[in-house]
Design a protein around this ligand. Structure first.
Ligand SMILES: [Zn+2]
Ligand SMILES: [Zn+2]
Length: 143
């Protein structure tokens, strides 16, 4: 896979969505944003270009993206949903201080951690959330 981001209109069309400038802008922002954006962050980024686009329209648009598999919606506890452009199965390290989310991958679910109740359960999806303090927050609090 090359690192350039794919053609946005093609991505939208392939996902069965009509191409609109707003959708293109949101998807482009998510592609270029390094991480996991909240609706608030997307709204702030899009607002200067599309001042008439409301927060709820932004929300509905990314929700729609998630339904068609263009992004993955993730929620951590009570926090606002974040939209992850990385739709490959992956997991997150979560910093309790700054909220940084770091992606990591596991080839398969470690079976040793599954309880006996999991026998016969057809697992479709799982998400591992590892909480802690990231290195930069540790450095900051050491001063
Ligand atoms: Zn941190
Ligand atoms: Zn992620």
């Amino acid at each position: 896979m090359d690192s350039h981001h794919p053609d946005i209109p093609t991505l939208l069309k392939d996902a069965g969505l009509r191409v609109t400038p707003q959708r293109e802008a949101i998807l482009t922002f998510l592609m270029e944003y390094d991480g996991h954006a909240t609706v608030d962050e997307i709204y702030k980024a899009i607002h200067p270009t599309f001042p008439s686009m409301s927060m709820s329209t932004v929300y509905n648009t990314v929700k729609h993206f998630a339904q068609v598999g263009l992004v993955k919606e993730i929620t951590f506890g009570d926090n606002a949903s974040r939209f992850d452009i990385n739709v490959k199965p992956h997991h997150h390290l979560v910093c309790r201080k700054c909220g940084a989310l770091i992606d990591f991958y596991m080839d398969k679910l470690p079976s040793f951690s599954l309880p006996p109740e999991a026998n016969g359960f057809a697992i479709e999806d799982y998400h591992v959330e590892v909480k802690g303090i990231c290195p930069s927050c540790q450095r900051a609090s050491a001063v």
